[in-house]
Design a protein around this ligand. Structure first.
Ligand code: C2E
Ligand code: MG
Ligand code: MG
Length: 721
């Protein structure tokens, strides 16, 4: 047994009065034992150690008294520390010594109880955690004496460390989770949220997230649904809910959340939710829906959505009427063929933008109509569904507005393109049951608009159906007509209005249809232009005209030949180069050929037209601008056009009276000033002839001088006169 400290001698003595009772022995109540004896036993049996520790004024310290528990705590004997506590300090964990010393000094200074938890390196090699508690008292000699106890708390501390480690692991997992994990109290307060969640809300700390009401991150349309889901989760039902959030920086995201109830320590319930960012998925979904319902190029509705909406409109009450406009961009094929598909696409995009703007359509892609609908059916065909049309005039007014907006020049890849559109209008009525019927009739009316001069709108009437059937059939037959050699070229004389001498012949094509007889070019040329058949057809006419002109020239007829060119032919360099081949084969000089082009051809792409016309003139051809007076009729750009002849349309001639006479006189003078010859078309009467001479026009063409006739009827002048 180790030596007892000096101030415990008395206790030891008293203890010796009860030999047989050893420290640490199980205490059996002995009514004869002294109080001191009982206390001693008690002290020795308390787990840990009881002690008195004294810090001398000179800074040294010692344990005047300790129970033998010091052996378990510090691995030293009570006697070892009676004079000097150094061996206890030696046993402290090196990382904790400083803090133990600091707290003791502080307790001494303030005379406040000392309480501290620290590690001890036990001589048996183990490291234990101990917790000490002692109350200081100042002695007369300036030293401080503490009465206290120290307990081994290794087990509790290990458990605590394990717990906090587990908590740290959980927190790390919580924060590493790519999905948003959050706990929301029953009354909607955000209690906890992981890093992913904070990032989704675009805040940097939980505190920042908590300082904003949760609903502020939710667009109003989701408030009710979210509340309902929260309530159901609180009631114990696991819920899934999809909603959108708007982060603090304004980013909108789609969320898919699953909420489960979470019981708190105080017995209350909160809601734990795990939320996935499904924005990418939603975007893809949206894109798929969009793709199925919208036109890829322009973003407008496609045919299927249009049909869906129109059908709904037909199925619903007919109390408010609607109109369907079928629009086709004139000469779009020309842009596509001559400038390439890229430029064609740009043009369609621009058309879509103008249409959208003009009819104020909504961009929604639901089957329910939210305002007017603009759809693209493909190619250059657009359909507009106008809601709430009070009268047929309204629909025509909108069509006029559309035509006006589409007529403005398009700047495409450096080209200034002017085009027009043809619109067919169907006014909704109770005879229609299927959407397709309405679209078909609007298409028919569009065809009629195209046929009767383009750049206009036509309202559908049932009689058009028969005609369209005829034209559709014609289209099929036209493809075979060239192979079957059903085309003939007739020649109409162009004469000097003074001498009535023929100076040229205009080549005018005819289709001799095996069933319908002679079909007018007014009927089949537009079809040929739309289908591209105009290119081989035009080539045939030019070749034929060149051969015929060469033949009649050989026979002594001194007259040039005038050939009409379609926009397509002019803009396709391949076909132009074939003209030279035909001239070479026929032996006709280019100067004997007048090429007629129309204003719309020129206006379509002015700069390019000027370039090509200059090239044609350089070869030796002469150029005429045909049908002057039916289109733009602008004198402003006439001087920039490399042309030799201006052909006044017969509508000018037929209306020649009053103001028109003055106008024609001015136009003729201007043309002559620019060195341009004028040919008046459609002269039928002597009066028209003399009036034209009177205003200065020297050349003309018309039934008065001769109808288009076969080439073999053309004889030398003297014979004709
Ligand atoms: P255009 O080039 O303006 O031809 C004149 C048209 O007016 C011709 O009609 C002609 O027969 C008609 N005409 C001539 N004199 C009179 C008259 O005194 N009174 C009336 N009422 N009409 C008269 P056509 O032959 O039916 O040709 C119509 C249009 O078809 C032509 O108008 C031209 O633009 C086009 N066309 C005809 N042949 C060809 C061709 O080979 N190629 C191309 N691209 N277009 C052609
Ligand atoms: Mg002509
Ligand atoms: Mg003409």
């Amino acid at each position: 047994m180790a030596k007892r400290p000096r101030n415990q001698v008395r206790l030891v003595k008293q203890r010796s009065e009860h030999p047989g009772v050893q420290p640490g022995e199980c205490f059996v109540f002995d009514p004869h034992a002294t109080a001191a004896d009982r206390l001693w036993r008690l002290a020795e049996n308390v787990p840990g150690m009881l002690y008195m520790y004294r810090l001398r004024a000179d800074g040294t310290s010692h344990f005047p008294f300790t129970t033998s528990g010091i052996r378990d705590i510090y691995g030293v004997e009570p006697a070892d520390v009676v004079e000097d506590a150094i061996s206890v300090f030696d046993a402290l964990h090196p990382d904790d010594i400083e803090e133990v010393g600091r707290t003791i000094i502080e307790s001494a200074k303030m005379l406040k109880p000392w309480s501290h938890t620290y590690r001890v390196c036990h001589p048996n090699g183990s490291v234990i955690w101990v917790r000490g508690h002692a109350v200081p008292q100042r002695l007369d000699d300036g030293s401080t004496l503490w009465h206290g106890y120290i307990m081994d708390v290794t087990e509790a501390k290990d458990a605590e460390i394990a717990l906090s480690q587990r908590e740290r692991h959980l927190r790390a997992m919580f924060d590493a989770e790519p999905e948003c994990v959050k706990v929301v109290s029953a009354d909607g307060e955000l209690m906890d949220m992981n890093a992913a969640g904070l990032a989704m809300l675009e805040v940097s700390t939980l505190h920042e997230a908590q300082s904003v009401p949760l609903f502020q991150f939710l667009p109003p349309e989701y408030h009710e649904g979210f509340l309902d889901a929260h309530r159901r989760a609180l009631a114990g039902v696991p819920v899934s809910y999809e909603f959108e959030i708007v982060g603090l920086l304004g980013t909108r995201r789609w969320m898919d959340t699953r909420m489960v109830p979470l019981t708190l320590e105080d017995g209350g319930t909160s809601v734990l939710s795990i939320t996935r960012d499904v924005t990418d998925q939603k975007t893809l979904q949206h894109e798929l829906i969009m793709a199925a319902r919208t036109d890829k190029l322009t973003g407008l509705c496609n045919r299927s959505l249009l049909v869906e909406r129109l059908q709904r409109r037909l199925d619903a009450s007919h109390s408010r009427s609607f109109a369907l406009l079928f629009l086709d961009v004139d000469r779009f094929k020309l842009v596509n063929d001559s400038l390439g598909h890229g430029v064609g696409d740009q043009m369609l995009l621009e058309v879509a933008t103008r249409l959208r703007r003009t009819v104020r359509s909504s961009d929604s892609i639901t089957p329910h109509t939210a305002g007017n609908t603009v759809a693209r059916l493909g190619g250059d065909e657009f359909v507009i569904l106008l809601e709430d049309i009070a009268s047929p005039d309204d629909a025509e007014l909108v069509a006029a507005r559309i035509l006006e907006s589409l007529r403005k020049p398009y700047m495409l890849a450096g080209h200034r393109i002017i085009t027009d559109a043809s619109i067919g209008i169907v006014l909704g009525n109770e005879t229609y049951e299927r959407a397709e019927e309405v679209i078909r009739d609007a298409d028919t009316a569009m065809y009629e608009a195209k046929r009767t001069g383009r750049g206009r709108s036509v309202v559908f009437v049932p009689a058009m159906r028969d005609r369209i059937q005829w034209l559709v059939a014609l289209e099929d037959e036209l493809r075979l007509a060239l192979d079957h050699q059903e085309f003939r070229v007739l020649y109409q004389p162009i004469v000097d209005l003074g001498s009535e001498k023929v100076c040229g012949y205009e080549a005018l094509v005819r289709w001799i249809h095996p069933v319908h007889g002679v079909v007018s070019p007014a009927d089949f040329i537009p079809i040929a232009e739309d289908t591209g058949l105009i290119l081989p057809l035009g080539d045939f006419v030019f070749r034929q005209a060149a051969m015929d002109a060469r033949r009649w020239s050989d026979e002594g007829v001194d007259a040039y030949v005038s050939v009409n060119l379609s926009p397509h032919q002019l803009m396709e360099p391949v076909w132009i180069s074939r003209f030279e081949d035909h001239l070479a084969i026929s032996g006709l000089s280019a100067s004997r050929v007048l090429l007629e082009i129309t204003e719309t051809t020129v206006m379509h792409d002015f700069d390019r037209a000027v370039e090509i016309l200059s090239h044609l003139r350089a070869i030796g051809f002469r150029i005429a601008l045909d049908d002057f007076g039916t289109g733009y009729s602008s004198l402003a750009w006439l001087h920039r056009l490399p042309i030799d002849v201006l052909k006044f349309d017969r509508t000018f001639v037929s209306q020649m009276q009053g103001q028109v006479v003055t106008l024609i006189r001015g136009l003729v003078a201007t043309a002559h000033d620019l060195g341009i010859q004028v040919i008046a078309e459609g002269i039928e009467t002597e009066e028209q002839q003399s009036l034209l001479r009177e205003v200065g026009c020297r050349t003309g063409q018309g039934y008065r001088f001769g109808r288009p006739q076969p080439a073999d009827e053309i004889r030398p002048q003297r014979a004709a006169a």
